[in-house]
Design a protein around this ligand. Structure first.
Ligand SMILES: Cc1ncc(COP(=O)(O)O)c(C=O)c1O
Length: 351
């Protein structure tokens, strides 16, 4: 029997997941597992009584071809969180800090705190860019983490600022490693930093299939760096990912058109939603991604609760931003329901 919490409907070329309650809380794809990926994963399950090393190697090779780098520069993980965690342990210690933007994605910080490594939070600039000068000043010898686009804001740090950061980190008396987390880069028009890897041995880039590709539950992501750096993050055994996840990821890479459709659909919903927020005079972060922070003008804890009662799960607030809530963009239908629920809970009137 199909779960009422996960009804799958086919809509054009999308697999549309309409869920009750609707989940706009974890920056997942509202468009479901792409059809080709679902088929590939099913087929991989059938042959999963045996190890599928060749399939996993095929994914590494496809990624290497796509990014025009040698395949030894790619390390696969069951989700990019794993790479963030291990990179934090590899490149920080009691004297070597982790430097992060605030508000930001917390996985590196959680790893650092768990292992009692110093953490330095640098507030984002007013437009949501990372403050690369301040990050450099704080980062000597350690790890500087930048998500681009950032979570929870969806804001981007321009390419030239990132290059300045990576170059500056390499030239510190105590060199720092820069990790650029590109979990959401496919939603934006920003160039990937993977192209900068050849010239920058102190750079790590992470990517995931959890976001635009809609494979969050399958757990597959990767880190890219020059081998000397990558080998310091590696856990043994390397590239230890499930065959169905690797097969689904390969199918996603082969379907560029689906990725583009999802990017455009997300952009359309983002524009419609920010126009709507603007109509009510509600401030929001400058997002280039599938999520944004909105200013509810009062503490959001009760708002989150009230929205949940109306069947809409939204994200959370961030430390120091208790009137702001993160919302993930959904399908057109889901965004319609969200707007109705928000209007009711926030008691909105046109400004
Ligand atoms: C910025 C950022 N990086 C990484 C991840 C984790 O992705 P994965 O599912 O690949 O572990 C997330 C998930 O929300 C994220 O927001």
């Amino acid at each position: 029997m199909q779960s009422p919490y996960c009804r799958q409907e086919s809509s054009g070329n999308f697999m549309r997941a309409s869920q009750a309650p609707i989940s706009l809380n974890l920056n997942e794809s509202p468009y479901g597992v792409p059809t080709a990926a679902l088929e590939a994963a099913r087929n991989a399950v059938r042959i999963s009584s045996r190890y599928q090393f060749e399939l996993v190697e095929q994914l590494r090779q496809d990624l290497a071809d796509r990014h025009q780098i040698p395949n030894e520069w790619i390390s696969l993980y069951p989700g990019s969180n794993r790479a963030l965690h291990y990179a934090t342990l590899a490149f920080t210690n009691a004297q070597k800090p982790l430097v992060v933007g605030a508000p930001g994605f917390p996985v590196c910080e959680q790893a650092a705190r768990l292992h009692e490594r110093p953490v330095c939070q640098i507030p984002l600039l007013a437009d949501g860019e990372h403050n690369v000068s301040a990050m450099l000043e704080a980062g000597a010898g350690g790890l500087i983490y930048v998500a681009n686009p950032n979570n929870p804001t969806g804001s981007v740090t321009p390419h030239d600022a990132l290059l300045r950061l990576i170059h500056g980190a390499a030239n510190l008396t105590q060199q720092a490693v820069v990790l650029v987390d590109e979990a959401y880069v496919e939603f934006s028009d920003e160039p990937s930093m993977i192209a900068a890897l050849r010239e920058h041995p102190n750079l790590v880039v992470t990517r995931t299939f959890s976001k635009i590709y809609g494979l969050a539950g399958l757990r597959i992501g990767y880190a890219v760096a020059q081998p000397e750096l990558l080998n310091r993050i590696h856990t043994q055994p390397a590239h230890d990912v499930p065959a169905p996840a690797a097969a689904a990821a390969l199918a996603c890479l082969a379907d560029e058109a689906e990725c583009t459709r999802r990017k455009h659909a997300t952009k359309k919903e983002r524009q419609a939603f920010t126009d709507w927020l603007g109509g009510y005079g509600l401030r929001h972060s400058n997002s280039h991604s599938n999520c944004l922070l909105i200013d509810c003008q009062r503490p959001v804890a009760t708002i989150i609760e009230e929205l949940a009662q109306l069947g809409v799960k939204v994200g959370r607030s961030w430390p120091g931003l208790d009137k702001w809530v993160r919302i993930t963009l959904g399908t057109t239908d889901e965004m319609h329901i969200l707007r109705q629920a928000l209007a009711q809970v926030l008691n909105l009137e046109r400004s």
